[in-house]
Every structure is written in structure tokens, then in C-alpha cells.
Design a binder for this molecule. Structure first.
Ligand SMILES: Nc1ncnc2c1ncn2[C@@H]1O[C@H](COP(=O)(O)OP(=O)(O)OP(=O)(O)O)[C@@H](O)[C@H]1O
Ligand SMILES: [Mg+2]
Length: 251
């Protein structure tokens, strides 16, 4: 069953086009990895799906999520989807977290936006923090972002993305700041999300991560998809020279 369909997506920032006819679908319970060099437009795809583009961006095409074209949705509808139906782990956790609030209250706030009446919001936040692999969530809840390591901040962002149990999670380089053992735990978490029937789009530079976790892969170059396939096809029989080059550098 298709959860998300991106069709002929074109994106401009001002006059500059950065995505060209991007097409892909994502099934329920599927993990799609987007790979490509810096500046190829990976984050821009996620921001388009999340309806979080800057005002000077122009976007064309179709992004159909649960049967509705998000590009035609009004602000209220987009707000009701963002965080609740689509959770996002941003590339730069420090920029995303507010230094003035405890990390726990920020996870909790992400829940309260969508469930203002629920008296168990703190419990929900603690559960999400635990699920994201944060040890001692009760204690960490009370800390401010600057009191946490980069890896823990990253996991707080993951908790924020998970707290409303969204069916789709977008994760932009979620394991980059993490050491190998924590990385492993986060990849296991994505697996468990998949087992729960959730879908994940994971942006990564790391082909090791792709090999461990992806069902399907798209390779992006200068805003164009130059190759797509199952993880086996991409690793065993890459066709595009650019994919081969990326694999050569990585492996
Ligand atoms: N908000 C923005 N305003 C203007 N240009 C932008 C904006 N965000 C990204 N760009 C430009 O769009 C292109 C695609 O950027 P994007 O951040 O999507 O790439 P990326 O593949 O995620 O790169 P990285 O691996 O470095 O994160 C780049 O040329 C970038 O400079
Ligand atoms: Mg990016």
C-alpha cells in the first residue's frame, strides 16, 4: 500500500532550480534511503514533503500523502499533518532545539501541539525519549540542550519526531553525530518502526547505513534522480557512473 507518492517534483529557491522532476513512492512499512553528494537536494526533498519550504521557494508537482496532495493543502491542514502524521529528524539538532527550554519540555511540547487535552503528555515524552535510546529519560528530561552531547541532542530530536507516533518519519542524516554503538541502536529503532508498519525516508551519506537498513534507494545528483532500485540492485549492479563513484568512495 502506498503511503506517499512524490510526482514530478520541481523546486526553485528564487530563480534557482534545485529539484528536477523528482519521482518516487513509499509503501507502508518501507524504508527508503536518499543518497547523493552535498548540495544535491536531499534535504530539500524532505522539506518539500514536510511543507517547510521558505517563502521564496516555488514548488511544482504532486506530493500525495494518505491520498491528499499536500502541495494543495491549506496551512491548517499542513500544520495538522506536520509532527502528527509526518515526523522529521532535522539535519542540525543544535539549530533545531531551543536553548532556553529543557529538552524534555520540548519533546512534550511537540506532543501537546497535537494532543492539548491529554494529561499524560509528560509520560508520552518520556516514552519517546526512551524509544529514541536516551538513557535515564527522567533525568535527561530536565536538562537544557547545552548540557547534552551532540549524540544525545540528536536522540532528543528523534524523540520529538516520534512522540506523536506518526506513520511517516523523515530523517535527515540522523546518525551522523553518533558513535558506532549508538548508531546501531538508532538503526535498530528504525527497524522497529518498520515492523510497526511505519515508513521512513532516511537521508544519509553513509552507504554502510544504507546496506543495513534500506529497502529501496534513490541516488540524487544535482537535483535529478540518476538511479533507483532495491538495496541489492544498487550495491550489486549500479548502473549510473555517479552511483559507482559514490560506492567506490564509500566502500
Ligand atoms: N533555504 C534555502 N535557500 C536557498 N537555497 C537553498 C536553501 N536550502 C538549500 N539551498 C540550496 O539548494 C541546493 C540543495 O540543497 P540541500 O540542502 O537540499 O542539499 P543536500 O543534498 O541536503 O546537501 P547536504 O548533504 O550538504 O545536506 C543547494 O545548492 C543549496 O545551497
Ligand atoms: Mg541536507
Amino acid at each position: 500500500m502506498t503511503l506517499l507518492e512524490v510526482k514530478d517534483l520541481n523546486l526553485w529557491y528564487g530563480n534557482r532550480q534545485v529539484l528536477f522532476g523528482v519521482d518516487f513512492t513509499l509503501g507502508k512499512g518501507e524504508i527508503l534511503c536518499i543518497v547523493g553528494e552535498s548540495g544535491s537536494g536531499k534535504s530539500s526533498i524532505l522539506y518539500s514533503v514536510m511543507s517547510l519550504l521558505p517563502h521564496y521557494a516555488k514548488v511544482e508537482g504532486k506530493i500525495t500523502f494518505e491520498g491528499e496532495n499536500l502541495l494543495l493543502a491549506g496551512e491548517d491542514k499542513k500544520r495538522s499533518i506536520r509532527g502528527r502524521k509526518i515526523g522529521m529528524v532535522f539535519q542540525e539538532p543544535s539549530a533545531y532545539l531551543d536553548p532556553l527550554f529543557t529538552v524534555g519540555s520540548q519533546v512534550e511540547e511537540a506532543y501537546k501541539i497535537h494532543f492539548p487535552e491529554d494529561a499524560n503528555s509528560k509520560e508520552k515524552a518520556l516514552q519517546a525519549m526512551k524509544k529514541a535510546g536516551i538513557p535515564d529519560p527522567e533525568e535527561k528530561y530536565r536538562l537544557y540542550p547545552h548540557q547534552l552531547s551532540g549524540g544525545l541532542k540528536q536522540r532528543v530530536c528523534i524523540a520529538t519526531a516520534l512522540v506523536c507516533d506518526p506513520p511517516l518519519i523523515l530523517a535527515d542524516e540522523p546518525t551522523t553525530a553518533l558513535d558506532v554503538s549508538v548508531q546501531k541502536r538508532i538503526l535498530n529503532l528504525f527497524f522497529s518502526l518498520k515492523e510497526e508498519g511505519r515508513s521512513v525516508i532516511l537521508v544519509t551519506h553513509d552507504f554502510g547505513v544504507v546496506a543495513q537498513i534500506a529497502d529501496r534507494v534513490i541516488v540524487l545528483k544535482e537535483g535529478h534522480i540518476v538511479e533507483r532500485g532495491s538495496v541489492f540492485e544498487i550495491f550489486d549492479n549500479p548502473k549510473d557512473p555517479y552511483t559507482k563513484q559514490l560506492l567506490e568512495v564509500a566502500l
